[in-house]
Design a protein around this ligand. Sequence first.
Ligand code: BMA
Length: 839
Amino acid sequence: PATVPGCVHTDWFQGKSHTDDPYYRFNDDNLKWIAESNWSYTRTFQVDNEVMAQREQWLVMEGIDTFADVILNGKTIGRTINMFLTYRFNVTEILQKHFNMLVVGFTSAVSKSKQCYSDLPYTVPPICPPDVQHGFCHINVIRKEQCSFSWDWGPGFATQGIWKPIYLSAFNTSTLIGASALYNWETSQMQFDLKLQTSITSGLLSGNFSIEIKGLEIHKIFTNITFPKTQDGISSLKLSIDLKSTDFKRWWPNGYGPQTLYNVSIHHNSSTFETSSRNFRFGFRKVELVQEPIPGSTGLSFYFRINDVPVFAKGANWIPADSFKSRITTERFENLLGSARDAHMNMLRVWGGGVYERQPGCTKIADEYGIMLWQDFMFACAMYPANKDFLANVTQEVETQVERLKHHPSIVIWAGNNENEAALATNWYNTSSHFARYKTDYVALYADTIMPIVQKLDPSRPFLTSSPTNGVESAKEGYVAKNPYSDYYGDVHYYNYNDNCLDWTKFPKTRFASEYGFQSWPSFEAIQQVSEPQDWTITSNWSEHRNHHGSGNQEMLSQISMHFQIPDSSNCTEDFINTIYLTQVVMQGLCYKAQTEFYRRARNHLFKGAGHTMGALYWQLNDIWEAPTWSSTEYGGKWKAVHYFASEFFAPVALSAFDNDTVLEVYSVSDMGGVINDTVIVTIRTWSGFTPVGAFSQPVSIPVHSASNLFQESIGSLLHYGNCPYKLCVISLIQADERLVFPVTHFFPVPFKTIDGLADPNIKSVVKVSENEFLLSLNADSPALFVWLEASGIKGRFSENAFVMYRPDFNITFFSWTNDLTPERLMAALTVRSYNDIH
Ligand code: BMA
């Protein structure tokens, strides 16, 4: 038995026990045989009279993963070779009323890629992923989700299946099979791109259309429109409507205004009066990627201007939310994008090693939530072939995807690939001895094939060949810049696992940070689902197996040991749980906070011509399975500590306090359109009591859309003022206005591991329900560092977490993601931990 849409792994697992779950323990290795085998889907079906009565019948397959022969009633009707294409096969002559047998016979993508690789005239590297990923080889020579052969955060299941809907489409003369729209801000024309399937044998190639835009009083009829005749019967048609005097509202990113969307309906009446229609929601927003000279710098700016407003991009990178795509329900998309929105993100980068996400799903929800999407084409971390067949295959893919996605206002940019310019420029895969050859292929694929298609089908958006890239400067250097990581142009990816992650002097002074990050472990709750007690140490075989980033676990421990004590008690499981906590709070939460704040502070700052940062997208928002990775939410949606930090460091207005050579500097960063005049209360506190030992008021004026140096004080004199020894103290910056526009910020004068005075806070909690919200009242005996609340087994999130309990009472809200939660269940599941317990 099989489920469609679905894949062989989930079908195989159906009805089996927990230990057979592909995500369980070492099953990514144990189940390799599934990917290495060839599988067939077979079914029989009957066809309604109504369908049979039409002149033509087509089998439509919206997504086949990946290599299959499609056989109907014993006849091969087609072959599929690209997971990202929609296939339409004419079955008019083969289809029968009473009995049909459809076979979709797959060939293993693992064996197919081997064969494709050996057919190439020269090596197209990388040949295989690193051993630590336990994956399969040669994914780059086939058009399938690149991370499905394994990645440094995910398993290689290399599955097969019918991953999107499959159905019959029948018509007499013509039927609408695609519709999209773009708005041209210069001409005020809204242009509609329509796609029709026409019956060549009918000879009738015309019809009527009506286009309606609800909320704008637009209802336009186009009569007797003739379609061009094509060999395959697919006709494209453009219609346009003048919106010069139409008063539409604009679509804005999260935090900048409402996400106004209009319902567009397009109806087609064929010349034999059959009707077909398409509906979608459309938003009006202007996007420009500004790359202009900056006074005082040799380089160019790099930022997004949306509806004429420069927008600092705040967000993360998106990876596929599951190895098995049919498991990603609309609710899961909503949950993940909702978590992005709740953390004040306005942009996600749909990273090029995954899939063009399904619809209605990711993109539609991004439209609704105001999350701008940086949409990569699906090429990542590799060289790619550029022979005729490969380019023809990619051409169809790019056309399909741009047509499918371009009406979504959330997409603000198309980008050719992930890191392939950098890989070539800096010789990741030993290509330097044949640099010219690989560069020719690179240019052929991204600059000469993908770019012109995008520019033709969608002139409304910017296109970049790669990320990171120097943008127009890379183009000038023939699309492969000498240093695609330049701080003077374009975007940058930055990873540094060796230095102290809180040392802001190390961070790149980039125009746009589109990737940066550190790993952490997911919650113990998540790990328990897929492991056994013998696995529960960070150095166990399983922990090593599960971390696909070589030496990742060691890197986390060494980063922790720079700041905290490594847990070392007689209770291994307790140590493991505490280590998980520390990887989340320090190795991720604090690291991302330090780096992201640096990027936000650099918005208006030039460092010898570098800087003027206008984007911070950390790596990565979500997880594909339960494993140690860079994600800020774990598989299942639960927020890791860093996601709570993100909801503060991405706040529309935030303070950032840092040590600049023994001086405490306090900056404001604001995405708000109005000046904020307020007062910051600077308090000096000790870890041994709640009463501040010193406090003063600092009036501040926070300018619009900018970063600004608010004030600075010598750290020594601040502590002296409170008569507070370094090791015992924390400086808190609290907004005087109780409405708390910006979150409380704490400055820690010494490394956490040398802090003195932390006592057992003895935190008690009570849960109450009020108007469907679960209110938690926490009470502590003494200040607590990084209080971590968990409600294992319960889906939802806290209003705040991983916080400093600087007052004896704290009120937190728990937002449940299900309807069946009771205060008793929440109370029973609640655990409270803090650094005080480990110190
Ligand atoms: C970048 C990404 C991904 C990778 C991540 C973490 O290279 O583009 O390929 O997963 O860093 O290593």
